[in-house]
Ligand binder design. Structure first.
Ligand code: FES
Length: 523
């Protein structure tokens, strides 16, 4: 339905432009030659008035604030990003009428999602925010935007799942406790922005278009053989056959714990994939699972590295007849080999007892991380250690516990791999430092408060923010599973120290030193 503007064609021609206000909108009317245009007066970039803009040849209007240029006929941004809204104009007996009705919701959705794709491709965070806000204003849930981002970026992930997926479910959970609409939107944008960050400049790596009947053992064998195409085929087949996501996820969890895969990331990704599909719904399942399968088939089997090589021997020596009681103190200060041996001595104990002991030792390690290693400039590459080497012990423990609760026969793998974290990190701690100030007296209040900080974390790198949220949700989940755990105080204090200790995020001098050293030895 067209609305009278109260201005005639001749008056507009004389004035050149005029802003009218109708139904909460500011509409800019322009006369260019013998044509009339109506566009939104707020520039889609930062909202400054286009009525102050400059007309150029060819019915182009330039916003004077940052020089975006708009085609008045279509609204397209000839320079800049988002198009400006245009309104149909009609002349009735010399009077100007405009149609201010919103386009159909589906049309708005299409525009917002296309804009979101463009924003992701440009790694343009501000536009990602605008497009998700446009989607919501059109009546759609922002989860749709996250699903869209996951799907459109999937083929750009050369090695499949990244931390962007791993933290996505937690960001979506955080959004549910947002104190305002803006905070909720901020949380919803995080996984989209992280995916964009992770795919900057990435080429396309299509997934194999093959399908094989669901066969859990064949899927495990394909992943073991690092045969991505075959593994993809079985997952596609599983989805076509209607196999429940939980069953597919269970098999992938088994694959993840078969090796000390990607320093425990495979187990973390498996849990988080399942949580992400639960939050986004089944329409996301195929793409999210394909990414996970790709990451599992490409995962480094860390037990092949010299420092973890005794893992296979320990796994083979697992003997449930060994029933020595165990506590966290038994693991503190042990090397990888000694930690594996110590696990074997208690292999017959309840898995939970060993789990608590190992998690307690991991918490002690994190609380006592010697940050001099994080700042070092003259160390060997093997000693490039950061907070993230310590944080993964908790997120891996959380993921492996969930996997083992479904498949208890995997506990030996999970516990021995947790011992690898504990043994490896013991070389990078300072037991003498005073950590009393990090004690947490109100665990629930601490976690809740730290989660609230994430709505406005102020951290540039998604990888850093995503570890904070993953850690907080993992800690909350572990405490919910065992509120009086022996490690609870230690892990809360460790988390407190981790969250409030600056991290060195650029190692220019270290990189240069290591590069020179490497090239000198290269021959
Ligand atoms: S506000 Fe118009 S170009 Fe920036």
């Amino acid at each position: 339905m067209f609305t009278a503007t109260g201005i005639s064609e001749s008056e507009l021609r004389e004035r050149g432009r005029k802003v009218i206000r109708r139904a909460g909108k500011q509409v800019l009317l322009l006369a260019v030659g013998n044509r009339q245009f109506a566009i939104a007066n707020r520039c889609p970039h930062e909202g400054y008035p286009l009525s102050e803009g400059t007309e150029g040849p060819g019915c182009v209007l330039t916003c004077n604030w940052h020089n975006w240029k708009f085609d008045l006929s279509t609204g397209a941004a000839l320079v800049g990003r988002d198009p400006v809204r245009t309104y149909p104009v009609e002349l009735r007996a010399g009077e100007i009428f405009v149609d201010l009705r919103d386009p159909p919701a589906e049309q708005q959705k299409k525009r917002a999602l296309e804009g979101l794709s463009a924003a992701i491709a440009d790694n343009d965070l501000a536009r990602m925010g605008r497009e998700v806000a446009r989607l919501e204003r059109a009546g759609f849930d922002a989860h749709l935007a996250v699903t869209h981002a996951v799907c459109v970026q999937n083929e750009r992930l050369e090695f499949g799942t990244t931390h962007a997926h791993a933290a996505a479910a937690d960001w979506l959970a955080l959004a549910e406790r947002a104190p305002s609409d803006a905070a909720r939107l901020a949380a919803m944008i995080e996984p989209i922005a992280h995916l964009a960050w992770d795919t900057v400049g990435a080429k396309t790596f299509p997934y194999a278009e093959v399908v094989k009947a669901w066969d859990a053992d064949a899927l495990l064998a394909a992943i073991e053989a690092e045969n991505e195409s075959d593994a993809i085929a079985h997952v596609r087949g599983a989805l076509q056959d209607g196999i429940p996501i939980a069953e597919i996820g269970r098999t992938l969890g088994r694959a993840a714990l078969t090796h000390y895969a990607d320093f425990g990331h495979s187990a973390i990704y498996t849990l988080k994939t399942r949580q992400l599909i639960e939050r986004l719904g089944p329409q996301s399942a195929e793409q999210v699972l394909l990414a996970l399968v790709r990451s599992l088939t490409n995962a480094t089997r860390e037990e092949r590295l010299p420092e973890f090589r005794t893992y296979d021997k320990a796994r083979a020596a697992w003997n449930a007849g060994q029933i020595s009681p165990v506590s966290a103190e038994d693991f503190i200060g042990l090397s990888v080999d000694a930690a594996l041996d110590r696990v074997l001595q208690s292999a017959g104990q309840e898995p939970r007892e060993l789990y608590d002991a190992l998690l307690g030792a991991a918490a002690w390690n994190m609380l006592h991380f010697d940050t001099a290693f994080d700042c070092a400039t003259d160390n060997q590459i093997a000693d490039n250690v950061s907070w993230l080497d310590f944080t993964h012990a908790l997120t891996f423990a959380n993921a492996s516990r969930h996997i083992c609760e479904t498949d208890p026969d995997l506990w030996p793998n999970a516990l021995l791999q947790l011992a690898l974290f504990v043994g490896r990190n013991k070389s990078y701690v300072n037991a003498q430092q005073d950590v009393a100030a990090y004690r947490v007296t109100d665990r629930t209040g601490f976690i809740s408060n730290e989660m609230d900080q994430l709505f406005d974390h102020g951290i540039v790198e998604p990888i850093i923010a995503c570890h904070r949220i993953k850690m907080l949700f993992a800690l909350k989940d572990e405490l919910a599973a065992e509120p009086d755990a022996t490690w609870a105080d230690m892990m809360c204090a460790a988390m407190n120290r981790y969250l409030y200790t600056p991290q060195k995020r650029h190692h220019g001098l270290r990189l240069a030193t290591q590069a020179q050293d490497f090239i000198a030895r290269e021959g």
